[in-house]
Design a protein around this ligand. Sequence first.
Ligand code: DGL
Length: 256
Amino acid sequence: MNKNDPIAVFDSGVGGISVLKELMKLLPNENYIYLGDSKNAPYGTKSAEEIIKLSNDDVTFLLEKGAKAIVIACNTATSVAAKGLREKYPDIPIIGIEPAVKPAVLYKIHPTVIVMATPLTLKQDKFDELARKYDNDANIIALPCPDLVKYIERGIVEGPELDKHLEELFSPFRYLKVDSVVLGCTHYPHIKEAVNKAFGYRATIFDGGSGTARETKRRLEEKGLLNDSAQKGELRMFNTLGTQEIMDLSYFLLNR
Ligand code: DGL
């Protein structure tokens, strides 16, 4: 492994681009490869076995492209596949992401926190443990959002159709004072403005992207793998769907 080799980032689709943006902000001189598996999206409504298999395929592809580290920019894949991948590739830094429950709970006294994520993420023991840790400090409500990723994969990141879907999703909380909302799926930061609007701009929104970027930096530093180039790095973008539309959407989300 070489310092100039790229950091590889993958997700079930265009969601992980929200994490890639944080990485590029923090570590602009690194080279990157991004893989979106939009052909198989969404991951969050599939079985754990299927996601383990797909994540292994994603990582094999990225290692063949010469990755020096892997960022699993997908909460769903992290919850079910990160452990196995770390066992399989002990020498490669593999960084995962998890719902940003901690900052959302700690930012005020006993807040009501809604955690939006895929059904598979919320079904895992890993999420249970995380939520249980803060049970006494907050009113934590897990909200599975099985259909939301499909909107974002189709490029619907604002507008009346999305607003209506969000309104339905959030309708059980209409009379609740919600203090914070955790975007526990990397697709959701792309619709942060719509979520904010749906809560009347009264809730504070949290996501795990910048924390994951900081953790990536720390892990690369530890291994002596940070790129010390003085020039801006390069990005190579791949998507299993292989259409022009998905590439256009990927760059649109990256540059917005
Ligand atoms: N972006 C992914 C996550 O963070 C998964 C979305 C999906 O494909 O269901 O969970």
